[in-house]
Design a protein around this ligand. Sequence first.
Ligand code: GLA
Length: 381
Amino acid sequence: MGKRIAHIMSCTALLALLATTVHAGPATITRAAWGKMSDGRAISLYTLTNTHGMQVKITTYGGTITSIVVPDNKGQMGDVVLGYNDSADYIKAVNNTYFGALIGRYGNRIAKGIFTLDGKTYHLYINNTPNSLHGGHYGFDKKLWSATPFHRRGTVGLTVRYMSKDGEENYPGTLHEKVVYTLTNDNSLQLQYTATTDKDTVLNLTSHAYFNLAGAGNGNILDHFMMINADRYTPITKNLIPTGELATLSGTPLDFRKATPIGARIDKDNVQLKNAGGYDHNFVLNQQGQGVRLGARVSCPRSGRVMEVWTDQPGLQFYSGNFLNGTNIGKGGKVYNKHYGFCLEAQHYPDSPNEPKFPTTELKPGQVYHQTTIYKFSVQK
Ligand code: GLA
């Protein structure tokens, strides 16, 4: 009798599990038409699915990640990145959110939009007064990328490419950029960037995905526990430009070496938090120059979802969605209010072209820019 009850119970548990989880199957990638650029060129949306049913959508508009669907600790699938319903919403997006986009040529700010290279001064578009932000007026996030899907050893991926002409947005050199997105079967999304130039230039590439591990639009991220593998950061002025100092995080409300809820100290009376209206700081990751290592680990108590960021980059910009203000109506009509998402942008330090002590962001002809960043998802109880 006991055995029978145990058998019925295990069948019930199995049925419950099947009802909430996506069936395992081979990894797939599909393409769909996704509207048009203002000049009529067709935009595509690719859907990558791994063997566990994790699903990532990437559009050729901005090489943008529009959705990442992963299980919570009960097996329920949910979309954990902020984004819009369709390409028209991305194109007309207000409030410069850069949801999910590939950023270039220069991620984050260049002070007053000015830098000097080989004795020549370059003036960039000021789109974030008084600075130039995320590549200027029409950064890589607003460009149409070409895309090639691939299958490799049981995984799927998408290679996206963009060629930026010499002088585009006033940056020197014709730049060829390639990003290989690979969705692995351990629920990781890997981004491998390469770029080359035909003239000396500066370059700082990143991905601007906003995450909410409780599901996009499901409240704010202040309860998420954040751990960042950094002992130091680059303090900023009121204009969000680094002062040039590499300061210790010890004793500050920006110290995330121990996992701490994002909201625990965000309102502390601290000049750095006031300058940014929350967290919007570049963390100087530990183990510099040693290849890909853990940059950050975030966990959400509501869903049990965990995300790790692994990167070979020197810095990680932790942005707590301070400028989200409810004007952004996202997928499924959900409103994104302040702190409804966080970004962890693996990159070089902001304003490096004007800070000779920071790791260089110069790229010369014959050199190849490389970056590897991985977003790895799992669950905990
Ligand atoms: C980055 C910046 C923020 C903000 C967002 C886009 O994360 O550091 O200050 O500009 O991009 O809104």
